[in-house]
Design a protein around this ligand. Structure first.
Ligand code: SAM
Ligand code: SF4
Length: 382
């Protein structure tokens, strides 16, 4: 039996000051004044249109992602959260995260976000090396990044994430270590540490920058940084995520545990378990901000809908769950895919034989070897 899992809400805010050359997110350079109020109105219409998918279910986390949500003034975030609270049961202890670009931080902003209900901020820092920041086309330097984090802390926001990237053009091991040292000095609750990837349809993919570390150096940086993060008290709990005790990102954990999420805003994706129909629905919205705004509140805003057939569910579930060091409970596999655990058995047995996964006491978790060969592990479940 498919049992509806915890529900999250993702809200996409699609504009940035400038498009970074490595970024393939649905983000668009702001050309002039942005229509904040009209966008919030469209978000509310989009939410109302999706409400029948989730009647009565509590929402355990909200995530404003982008793009650069911190371009939106606090009053716009406040108006949206009030409208959402009037339409959805947002749990009193819900984690409410807003992504922020340090180049958009200004005095008073974070007090406003906090007053609106935001209780977690995720900063796109990328690096504290000014040369690296320039090569990445960032709009801020390292001192602005530090100042932005301090502004959020002064506003009483203590649940902060810093996004860092590594294997950057011109970066060596010492520079990657120095980035972490500057991050630790700010004492964030959480650090996301991503290897720079060259994504198709980006400027970096078309014209790769000089000086990108080769695979051996990237591996050395990753291993050394993992050790430094552990020493500093950040437990590695997902491929790229590290947290102080009790500070894992509840919203992302729900994705990785194959939970449900509504997705509103341009290009946002949703996954919803429909208990009565014993189906899992995926829905995504039109990507282009103007087209989505125009259509929001009607079926025309939907870019596509599909049902995840039972045969595809084990692979999808594993693709998420095996990112987590804790792995998953077989009982959750059954409740969230509607399949019996024996659907996994041949692949689990093979993965165990290769020492990629360990199964004990009703749980399955990846070994260090399994994490290293994650793609090979996944193909066993295709
Ligand atoms: C949507 S952005 C969030 C914040 C905000 N837009 C900013 O950049 O300041 C999410 C994060 O994904 C990471 N990211 C984006 N493109 C990446 C790439 N090509 N390779 C690795 N990490 C990437 C960056 O660390 C970025 O902060
Ligand atoms: S600011 Fe963030 S979302 Fe915007 S282009 Fe840069 S990395 Fe992408």
């Amino acid at each position: 039996m498919l049992m509806p899992p915890p529900l999250s809400l993702y809200v996409h805010l699609p504009w940035c000051v400038r498009k970074c050359p490595y970024c393939d997110f649905n983000s668009h350079a702001a050309g002039g004044e942005l229509p904040f109020d009209a966008y919030v109105d469209a978000l509310v219409r989009d939410l109302e249109h999706d409400l029948p998918l989730v009647w009565g279910r509590p929402v355990h986390s909200v995530f404003f992602g982008g793009g650069t949500p911190s371009l939106f003034p606090p009053a716009a975030i406040d108006r949206f959260l009030q409208a959402a609270s009037a339409r959805l049961r947002i749990a009193p202890d819900a984690e409410i995260t807003l992504e922020a670009n340090p180049g958009t931080a200004e005095h008073g902003r974070f007090d406003g976000y906090r007053a609106a209900g935001v209780n977690r901020v995720s900063f796109g820092i990328q690096s504290f090396d000014d040369g690296c920041l320039q090569r990445l086309g960032r709009i801020h330097d390292s001192s602005e990044a530090e100042a932005a984090v301090k502004l959020a802390q002064d506003a009483g926001l203590d649940n902060l994430n810093l996004d860092l990237m590594y294997a950057l053009p011109g970066q060596d091991l010492a520079m990657a270590e120095a980035d972490l040292a500057r991050a630790f000095a700010l004492q964030p609750a959480h650090i996301s540490h991503y290897q720079l990837t060259l994504e198709p349809n980006t400027v970096f993919f078309a014209r790769p920058p000089q000086g990108i570390p080769d695979d051996d150096l990237a591996w050395d940086i990753q291993e050394r940084c993992q050790a430094l993060l552990a020493q500093a008290g950040y437990a590695h709990y997902e491929t790229s995520a590290y947290a102080r005790p009790g500070r894992q990102c509840a919203h992302n954990l729900n994705y990785w545990r194959y939970g449900d999420y509504l997705g509103i805003g341009a290009g946002a994706h949703a996954k919803i378990t429909l208990g009565a129909e014993q189906a899992i629905l995926r829905r995504w919205k039109q990507r282009h901000p103007a087209a989505w705004m125009e259509a929001a509140g009607s079926a025309a805003a939907i870019g596509g809908d599909e049902r995840i057939e039972p045969a595809r569910r084990p692979f999808e579930f594993m693709l998420n769950a095996l990112r987590l060091h804790e792995g998953f409970a077989l009982a959750d596999f059954e409740a969230r895919t509607g399949l019996a655990r024996h659907a996994l058995e041949p692949a689990l047995a093979e993965a165990a034989r290769r020492q990629w996964l360990v199964a004990e006491a009703g749980r399955v978790r990846p070994t260090a070897l399994g994490r290293r060969f994650a793609n090979d592990v996944m193909t066993l479940f295709l």
